[in-house]
Write a protein that binds this ligand. Structure first.
Ligand SMILES: [Zn+2]
Length: 399
């Protein structure tokens, strides 16, 4: 058996911590490691962390690997500002440029790993023009990175569902082919028939026994109405714990009492939220979510694609964006930002065996920082990254 020992690290509380990894799992974690019995066939590798800060593997809860132009020539954005402009513009660009979702997602997936992300949920466009082409590219990327990156794929009908005949059948095929989660967007604003839209979605999810993750950009009471319809269906189908609402801008626009009442219902139904903490939009109230017991995780959304020129595959940078958006200044508040891109992400997306404890999947990041706050504001260099027990960054270099 091959054993990997990590020595001389520090935990988030500043105390010494050492980790023994066996067969891709954390076997021992504590202030110091017991010596290994000398057994034939045992091979031990050792990392001397030299006081580096130990973090759990970072979690990207919401991105779109298939859309990115990462590693490609710069995309010149001249798109209109309406949602439908952006959807049409992207579809046109992908068709004309010959954009390869497989190559792009692999380049970005590797960059995520090199920056310490070991668990990742990506939405993948499914529509009647592209069919399952983008999905096949991302499935191939998942296969290539399977030893290290734990990737969930959301079948996502970016162009809406009700207007384009055949979309539901394609989503059905996607879930049969390897997508893990059913995505959707804006049942009022895009599909313009929220009950029909959500009934189609929840029926399909129920058929496959899969979770759902809905992009909800709808404002104020319109968005709240969509959430209420989702809650009804979540409870009716017994899908508590299997529903995520991404963005949920509306929760930041409601009166506090109305938002709190809705958050209490979300908590009861086990619904989680994901935010990108966008500087230009309202956001769900972070502290109210935590008080209500609603997981709120962080994600980038798209990175360097036709929708946005921004973003990097660095979840410590996303944690900084969360800190800036929510005005988190104290060290204990910045620890909450780190929580959004670690434990809250694992909770929202149901990544199993997550964390720094014996038995967990061995996903670890060692950074040059004194604590979580410094790691975030400096986007501290990743000194070592271990993913599923494999060293993917050593002495700051991706291997
Ligand atoms: Zn998205």
């Amino acid at each position: 058996m091959t054993t990997l020992d990590i020595c001389n690290a520090r935990g988030l509380d500043g105390t010494p911590v050492e980790v023994r990894i066996e067969s891709g799992r954390i076997a021992v974690i504590g202030p110091s490691l017991p010596s290994l019995p000398i057994a034939q066939g045992n091979a031990t590798r050792r990392i001397d962390a030299r006081g580096a800060l130990l973090l759990p593997g970072l979690v990207e809860s919401h991105t779109h690997l298939d859309k990115t132009a990462w590693g490609m020539p710069w995309y010149v954005n001249e798109c209109g500002s309406r949602l439908i402009d952006r959807i049409d513009n992207e579809r046109r660009w992908r068709a004309e440029s010959g954009h390869d979702a497989g190559a792009a997602s692999l380049a970005l997936g590797r960059a995520f790993l090199a920056a310490g992300t070991t668990r990742l949920r990506t939405h993948v466009d499914i529509d009647t023009d592209a069919g399952l082409r983008h999905l096949d590219g991302v499935l191939a990327t998942r296969e290539v990175l399977a030893d290290t990156l734990d990737m969930q794929i959301v079948a996502f009908p970016q162009s809406g569902v009700l207007d384009r005949d055949g979309t539901v059948a394609l989503l059905d095929d996607s879930l049969a082919r390897g997508a893990d989660v059913l995505g959707w967007l804006d049942p009022c604003a895009i599909d313009r028939d929220p009950r029909a839209s959500l009934d189609a979605m929840f029926t399909l999810a129920d058929k496959h026994g899969c979770p759902v993750d809905v992009h909800l950009h709808e404002p104020g009471e319109m968005g709240a109405f969509s959430i209420e319809l989702m809650l009804e269906r979540t409870v009716a189908l017994g899908m508590q714990g299997k529903v995520v609402v991404s963005h949920a801008f509306c929760l930041g626009e409601l009166e506090a009492a109305r938002a709190d009442a809705l958050l209490a219902r979300l908590a009861d139904a086990g619904v989680a939220l994901i935010t990108t903490a966008p500087p230009s939009r309202v956001v769900p109230p972070l502290m109210a979510c935590r008080r209500a017991g609603v997981p709120l995780a962080g994600g980038n959304d798209g990175i360097r694609d036709t929708w946005t020129p921004y973003g990097t595959p660095d979840m410590l940078e996303r944690a900084m964006m969360i800190g800036l958006r929510y005005n988190l200044r104290r060290d204990d508040e910045l620890a909450i930002a780190l929580d959004c891109v670690t434990h809250q992400g694992a909770r929202a997306c149901w990544f199993d065996d997550y964390g720094l404890h014996a038995g967990a999947r061995a996903d670890l990041v060692l950074v040059d920082a004194a604590n979580a706050a410094q790691a975030i504001v400096t986007r501290a260099p990743r000194r070592w990254v271990v993913a599923n027990g494999h060293i993917v960054v050593s002495e700051g270099v991706a291997v």
